[in-house]
Design a protein around this ligand. Structure first.
Ligand SMILES: C[S@@+](CC[C@H](N)C(=O)[O-])C[C@H]1O[C@@H](n2cnc3c(N)ncnc32)[C@H](O)[C@@H]1O
Length: 203
């Protein structure tokens, strides 16, 4: 019930941050996607319009049926887009299927962060790239404590704002190649610290 409501209002509640800069960050990040590309936790399809022509196959993975309904609607008319019902922790693809993987504001939501990253690495070919844009744990311990105990709304949304996602990417078979630390504009304090960058799948 709440998940259906969340999916219905998702674009509206994130529109302030999108207009204040996140949409532009998405565009610049996704301009680096090329070849067979998988996006994990594609949500309502906010990234769809940002994938460049260099992407030869586009596979959007989304486990929530309410989100997926909107994703189908947004992708309508793009026959070459594959929409797959799966979780990051168990991707239904053979090893090395993709050249690029994309996660934007997804790794805060997966159940098993290390398991999801291992699985994303598995479906990427060696040297393939992970493009990431995520909100993360604050370096200020006072804010991090608040992120450890956010208001109930976050557990309803399935969001864990206290994750050190960059450390998790580095623990996985990835080499972080670029990273920028910033802030999600117009976001609640606990979900403001942001990382944006690329990592290469280790051989
Ligand atoms: C905050 S939304 C972000 C949506 C989109 N990536 C964006 O940038 O707007 C998080 C998304 O991750 C999805 N999600 C949650 N758990 C997941 C999992 N285990 N594997 C893959 N996606 C998951 C949710 O259904 C939701 O669509």
């Amino acid at each position: 019930m709440f998940k259906a409501f969340y999916a219905a209002i998702y674009d509206r509640i994130s529109s302030g941050s999108e207009r204040a800069g996140i949409s532009e960050e998405r565009r610049a990040l996704l301009a680096q996607a090329a070849g067979a590309t998988i996006e994990i936790g594609a949500g309502t399809g906010v990234n769809l319009s940002h994938f460049p022509p260099a992407v030869t196959r586009l596979c959007l993975v989304e486990p929530d049926p309410n989100m997926r309904k909107r994703l189908h609607r947004r992708a309508d008319g793009q026959d070459d887009v594959e929409i797959v019902n799966a979780r990051a922790e168990a991707l239904p693809f053979p090893d090395g299927s993709f050249d690029t993987a994309v996660v934007t504001f997804t790794l805060c939501s997966v159940t098993d962060l290390d398991g999801a990253l291992a699985e994303i690495a598995r479906v990427l070919r060696p040297g393939g790239r992970l493009l990431f844009l995520e909100h993360v744990r604050d370096t200020d311990p006072k804010i991090a404590r608040k992120q450890d105990h956010p208001v109930f709304l976050y557990s309803w949304m399935g969001c864990h704002p206290n994750r050190d996602t960059l450390a998790a990417i580095s623990r996985a078979p990835f080499e972080v190649t670029t990273v920028r630390h910033g802030e999600v504009p117009k976001a609640a304090r606990v979900e403001r610290p942001m990382i944006l960058g690329t990592a290469a799948r280790c051989a």
